[in-house]
Design a protein around this ligand. Sequence first.
Ligand SMILES: *Cc1c(COP(=O)(O)O)cnc(C)c1O
Length: 478
Amino acid sequence: MSRNAESTAFRSALEVIRAVEPRVADAIGAELADQRESLKLIASENYASPATLLTMGNWFSDKYAEGTVGRRFYAGCQNVDTVEALAAEHAKELFGASHAYVQPHSGIDANLVAFWAVLADRVESPALKKAQVRQVNDLTEADWFALRRELGNQRMLGMSLDAGGHLTHGFRPNISGKMFDQRSYGTDPATGLIDYDRVAEAAREFKPLILVAGYSAYPRKVNFRIMREIADSVGATFMVDMAHFAGLVAGKVFTGDFDPVPHAHIVTTTTHKSLRGPRGGMVLCGPELADQVDRGCPMVLGGPLPHVMAAKAVALAEARRPDFADYAQRIVDNAQALAEGLLRRGTTLVTGGTDNHLVLLDVSGHGLTGRQAEQALLDSGIVTNRNAVPQDRNGAWYTSGIRIGTPALTTRGLGTAEMDATAELIHTVLSQTTPGANADGTPSKAKYVLDPAVADSVAKQATDLLAGFPLYPTVTLD
Ligand SMILES: *Cc1c(COP(=O)(O)O)cnc(C)c1O
């Protein structure tokens, strides 16, 4: 393939779009320019390959394909079958799973599919049995009430939000918090680490139907072998949501006790975070849950997105190449270099470091809220997000933390030396920013003061740092 092919493809696409709605073409071009210029440290983001991106813009988007491979509710799905089967095959090979369901449109959707599959599999409900064998018309009104009562009062134990858990693991802003009677386990206040004895204790007391592991802001490995033992000891189904760290599992950085796939009954993930694929979700499981999982559409999902399933197949094929393992290792090396650089300059890190792709800064030592720090960093060309820290005194909106991650910058090619330079830039901003005051003189949790000259100088240094690592080097739009 010529180096020019990628440029030509994107340029031609923009030309076609521009003829219809030039403002959309402009926005797409502007997005590339913005992404090229900013130091992207959002732990959940990445840069998908040109092949993955290009796979999404075609006539697969026009197909309805409810059902599963070979068993569709619509005719003419043979090509969708091909790409869905390919994506599933790559996923099974990559993760060593016996079943893969690649239809979920996002991570949240993958979790809904998993929750429903576990409920349908585990809950003893005569009414549900009737419904499953398609005798829905035989269900009396009393059956329906029984079904709602039986399914609606199940228990879930997951990681607490402020310890790094995800809101889809039974928290109020998500429907899982309304579907399940939820309790959560936190981390040890002294070390910031998961205390497995406490998890076991909570499981014994609460007896959950589902024990969930997985996080979006915990900077350490989780021992899934121990978690499975805890689940088994109380008869719970063990589910792992590896949305954030799937790339580290795919790249064999997390193996043995730290690889969720051999230990969990069911694993969910996104495909667009460290895995570096298209925006979407996926469920992996053993044969016991496979049939229930495959009912995801139309049970909780709308029609599958064939163009995205095709892109999943492409991205998963990329992740099976040897160089992906090298990429995954560099993500962690970079996160550790960034953590060391920050620690050396006096920043407090939750758990004192990292062994995955993310670092959680506690900025209260700088006298700032997460919100103030996030905005000051953004003014300085550094894109991060604020995040609660354990026992956060500023709540989930203002927070006391900043979450940063290395999957995106590692894709660009930045290495450990650049991570130290990045730590210096972050430290400069945090130490030069002071909290602002409200109009009445009281301290503000949102306002801050940062000399624009400092912000400009940091932004310029960030741009210089990135100049050596062009994003999508094969793509020029003009
Ligand atoms: C990001 C994330 C999700 C949600 O993924 P979406 O694709 O945004 O729906 C679910 N669980 C965890 C742990 C995540 O980090």
